[in-house]
Design a binder for this molecule. Structure first.
Ligand code: PLP
Length: 424
């Protein structure tokens, strides 16, 4: 790549047909082409982190080799290129989730930081002693711990929407929970531990009747289905780049302008101010009010490229493909016998959590790794979900559109070996 010429800041994505086959799409992911322990890699740990297609990798290389400089502060050409690309990335992610305005999209380091930003920016001014934050029983630790910290500091209470044995939220008593002390409802769109797709619209409708805002953790939804924050009725929606074929260290908090205007800044520093004197500071407009210091410029641009990539394939097509793979995985595991699956919600995304009686999930993970099959074993940062199910951990296979039938066959063959080794 030569950089002695005027580089366009527009994307350099090669022209690809949007209806190319899944096998062609799979080939666009260089990391999937390798062998692990002399077996072709079957990567089934997508809920932890997804892989990057060549287009996103190329976009990062292009940025680093021809556009890098700091944003929003230089008059020179590189700074303008970097600023344009960074601003365009914000437009891309806004359009990807159908946000009414890109100004409502704050770049964060990921879902965790997005939730912490709301816990500070909204929690400090709006939550007081005796108030309540409602979370669901299905949450990842990152949508529990920031609220526990806030409640402890403020003398507020944390209440939990329960779940049933299938991993579905029980909303029968939800309206009664929503009394005048409730200042926020926090719920994930899709559970990372069980794959449950929660009825977000129903939750936001019911909370809004009592004028209570809703924060939705979309970390496991945005990569797998079309997400329209306006149709969902969320007040806050957070997600991570690295779970949607983008880089690590970047994510998005989308929030309704009204809240962003009323919230306090999360961190102070450069870029988030209009003026600073010894007498005081005037904050910048949104989104910059919430982006103190030099942002993760490259990662944001990479995330924009990832949004483009997914959008080009089509999120509905991706959701259909993953639903097919989920059905196949579930059926094959059932047929194998001796596998106990957790999370049997009627609305489910491509997460299969399971155990085998008499075998620790870590042993399942290690034996599968020996056969080139990558899954996750543990509590999946959702210990309350494990406690509710009465288990310490599960093995979890999580799917992405670039997985194929062979990956599932390899998982099943690996589990067959596990059963043989342990004689179960
Ligand atoms: N929420 C859910 C549902 C998740 O699955 C995860 C990560 O696994 C997170 C939040 C935290 O995401 P991150 O570590 O990217 O901040």
């Amino acid at each position: 790549m030569r950089h002695d010429m005027e580089l366009p800041t527009s994307e350099k994505r090669p022209v690809r047909s949007s209806d190319r086959s899944w096998e062609e799409i799979r080939k666009e992911f260089p990391i999937l082409q390798q062998t692990i322990r002399e077996h072709p890699l079957a990567y089934l740990d997508n809920a932890a982190s997804s892989q990057m297609p060549q287009d996103v990798i190329d976009r990062l290389v292009w940025y680093h080799s021809g556009e890098h400089s700091n944003v929003h502060r230089g008059v020179h050409t590189l700074s303008q290129r970097a600023t344009n690309a960074y601003d365009q990335a914000r437009e891309k992610v806004a359009s990807f989730i159908n946000a009414p305005s890109s100004k409502e999209c704050i770049f964060t380091s990921g879902t965790t930081e997005g939730i912490n930003l709301v816990a500070h920016g909204y929690g400090r001014p709006f939550v007081d002693e005796g108030d309540t934050i409602v979370v669901s029983a299905l949450e990842h630790h990152s949508n529990i711990v920031p609220w526990q910290i806030l409640c402890e500091e403020k003398g507020a209470n944390l209440e939990v929407i329960p779940m049933n044995d299938a991993g579905e939220l029980i909303l029968d008593d939800f309206d009664e929970m929503l009394d005048s002390s409730v200042k926020l409802v926090c719920v994930n769109h899709v559970s990372n531990a069980l794959g449950t797709i929660n009825p977000i619209k129903e939750i936001t409708d019911r909370a809004h009747k009592k004028e209570i805002p809703v924060l939705v953790d979309g970390a496991q939804a945005v990569p797998h289905m079309p997400v329209n924050v306006q149709a969902l009725g969320a007040d806050f929606y957070v997600f991570s780049g690295h779970k949607m074929c983008g880089p690590t260290g970047i994510g998005v908090l989308w929030a309704k302008r009204r809240w962003l205007e009323e919230m306090q800044p999360f961190q102070g520093g450069g870029d988030m101010i209009l003026s600073v004197t010894w007498e005081g500071t005037t904050y910048n407009d949104i989104p910059f009010k919430f982006e103190a210091g030099t942002p993760s410029i490259a990662a944001a641009i990479g995330l924009g490229a990832a949004a483009d990539y997914l959008d080009h394939i089509g999120m509905s097509r991706i959701a259909e493909r993953e639903a097919e793979l989920l059905t196949r995985t579930t059926e094959r595991l059932k047929a194998l016998g001796g596998i106990r699956c957790f999370g049997t919600a009627s609305e489910k995304a491509g997460v299969v959590s399971f155990d085998i009686d008499g075998v620790h999930p870590h042993d399942i993970g290690t034996i599968l790794d020996n056969e080139g099959v990558a899954i996750r074993a543990g509590h999946h940062c959702a210990q309350p979900v494990m406690d509710r199910l009465g288990i310490p951990a599960t093995a979890r296979a999580s799917l992405a559109f670039y997985n194929n039938e062979a990956d599932i066959d390899r998982l099943v063959a690996g589990l067959y070996s596990v059963k043989e080794i342990f004689g179960v």
